[in-house]
Ligand binder design. Structure first.
Ligand code: IPD
Ligand code: CA
Ligand code: CA
Length: 272
């Protein structure tokens, strides 16, 4: 990894964070539309996406970019071994448009299919989570660690739900069992922050189906904070576990297997 990348990524995520914060203050009513009829996108998502991609192209021409709004195609990605940037310009767009504070800019940098650097910046509360592989995880300038709870019945577990409503039965079954067996649940609305909150102990566990840009940066932050990051179903053959976006599970080493079993128990109890 080029030695400038960690500082460049943090500066860029914080500048994009400032852009989306200012944009929400400045604009009388954000301009919004719905991708695919169901997924909210604001003009600030597009503006931040372009700002981040332009800065990367200028500083590192030739690097590949996967960006939710301007370059979302995953084609050939598993075969790509070169430098790759993975960008969610606003994670938590619904919160953003509703005036909530739980939204973030997420930027990850990968080489040979492995994320080496990740930054998740929530500009509304001045919190930047960041990690470089092997260097620990940080919230602003302080190191962070995953929580030490060991009992499911004391655990606060977050999850999220898809915008496109397909078969909701498996989701509802998992939710019912988590609600039954854990202390409580949260649906905070920004997956990158959910995972960072597990990394720093504000949450004890998290599971969901996502897209790569939602979790690429945060999963590194979680692992560097000592969390166990993985999946509660087998990862299909030929798919990099680091890039697999379904059945994601994050918790500390004690709670991970318990949540893994619980979620599988929920699935075994239903007809799909
Ligand atoms: C969404 C958020 C949400 C999660 C959705 C994501 P977006 O990202 O992370 O928490 O439940 O699956 O799509 O659309 O706000 O970038
Ligand atoms: Ca997202
Ligand atoms: Ca987004």
């Amino acid at each position: 990894m080029h030695p400038d990348i960690p500082a460049f990524t943090r500066t860029l995520a914080e500048a994009a964070g400032e852009l989306i914060r200012r944009e929400r203050l400045a604009v009388q009513g954000l301009s919004t539309t719905y991708k695919g009829g169901a997924e909210l996108v604001t003009h600030a998502d597009l503006k931040a996406d372009q700002f981040i991609c332009d800065a990367i192209r200028e500083r590192f021409p030739g690097h590949r970019i996967l960006a939710e709004e301007s370059a979302p195609t995953m084609q050939d990605l598993s075969a790509w071994q070169g430098p790759l940037w993975i960008i969610d310009p606003i994670d938590g767009t619904v919160n953003y448009a509703q005036g909530h504070f739980q939204s973030a800019v997420s930027i990850a940098y990968a080489e040979q299919g492995r994320v080496l650097c990740g930054v998740v910046c929530n500009p509304f509360v001045n919190e930047t989570f960041h990690a470089v592989v092997g260097g620990g995880a940080w919230l602003n300038d302080s190191p962070i660690k995953v929580a030490t709870k060991t009992q499911l019945r004391r655990a606060i577990v977050a999850t999220g739900f898809p915008y496109i409503k397909g078969d909701m039965r498996p989701i509802v079954r998992r939710l019912a069992l988590v609600l039954q067996e854990c202390a409580d649940i949260r649906r905070l609305g920004a997956a990158s922050l959910d995972i960072c909150w597990v990394a720093m102990g504000r949450l004890d566990g998290y599971y969901e189906n996502l897209s790569l840009w939602d979790f690429a940066a945060a999963q590194l932050i979680a692992r560097e904070a000592g969390a166990r990051y993985g999946h509660f179903k087998p990862v299909p053959e030929g798919v990099s576990p680091e890039f697999h976006d379904q059945n994601i599970l994050v918790a500390n080493a004690a709670l991970f297997p318990q949540l893994h079993d619980l979620l599988n128990r929920a699935d075994a109890g239903g007809d799909s």
